[in-house]
Ligand binder design. Sequence first.
Ligand code: USQ
Length: 397
Amino acid sequence: MKIAILGGDGFVGWPTALHLSDAGHDIHILDNLSRRWIDTELGVQSLTPMDSIQERTRIWHSETGRRIHFNLIDLARDYELLKKWLAEHRPDAIVHFAEQRAAPYSMKSDRHKNYTVNNNVNATHNLLNALVELELDAHLVHLGTMGVYGYSTVGAAIPEGYLPVGIETMGGETVSQEILYPSNPGSIYHMTKCLDQLLFQFYAKNDGVRITDLHQGIVWGTHTEQTRRHPQLINRFDYDGDYGTVLNRFLIQAAIGYPLTVHGTGGQTRAFIHIQDSVRCIELALDNPPARGSRVEIFNQMTETHRVRDLAEMIAKITGSEIAWLPNPRKEAAENDLVVHNEKFLALGLNPIRLEDGLLSEIVDVAKKFAYRVDRSRVPAVSAWTKDIAPLINHDP
Ligand code: USQ
């Protein structure tokens, strides 16, 4: 297939581009390199040294003989350029990662809220709009989030996108219907993914756009089979308080002797997936497109659930790290349970990588190798969800 990967320079986008190129697809990355600009804004860098996208694709070509094409396009702002590219190239499928993906970054200030909403919602809408205008029947695979559901499950498992409900008719009969699971976002970033869901519902219904929305959990790990092939193909690995995600942060903190930064009691239960499984799921989704005219296909892209304090305790045990119990900068339930259905990917052949000591230690080793690149002052999470939480945040455990 000819596949456009929007946001193909990012943490999941880059390994996905390599994985799909390796599988024989013709890969075209469209990216505005905003993630690199945000690193500059925040004064941080990936733990792993990353080359430019042009250099990465050059190395991939010299290693494999396969080309990955790069196009500098801002989806949210350059609608005409996006439309022109799509009209010229008419890809068979599009993988859409091109959104600002960090919840803490989205909550930093009013400017960051505006940026996240404008960027994410416009990017998604521009893309859908162009597909319809060009009568381009490409399968759109979007990287969504488990965070659209919220986490209070009152003991019931979260279904894959749609919730069966019984509705009482005027005649007193109960009829059943499936509705989109009610959105309950916990940050401005997560809210934009909820808005994306509505855009998808509309365009699938009105124009028959074929859409798969992947509700992904928190990704952990850094290497995939392809990023291991050459030091310059290495993936980015974020540790800072805005972009580092919880398990990867704990592993890097363990490597540099920094106390593990648990928010509150660490009672938050979240869904997780290893980066290798993440790219595999995207491939499975591409191989199984919905029929034209059918409803949006939704998968829960996660393999395990874990409570934050259990992860911290597990890593402390393996590495001897201390745990710092910090005031929570976020407005979120102190404790929650989470049960999630994920049978659809398992039925398509996903064989999940489980969180176990060996893999965790391997990541700590990667982190130790690059520990000299860490700026410890960038480790604390200082983005507060509300103005009254801000003064409570402990900046340095
Ligand atoms: N947490 C800590 N200590 C830390 C960092 C986080 O206790 O040092 C806690 C947070 O308070 C939160 C949980 O860990 O309860 C998860 O935080 P996170 O930063 O790992 O994940 P989140 O903000 O939810 O966002 C990440 C990705 C996002 C993706 C989402 C999937 O950045 O792109 O959509 O995971 S999910 O969480 O399932 O919605």
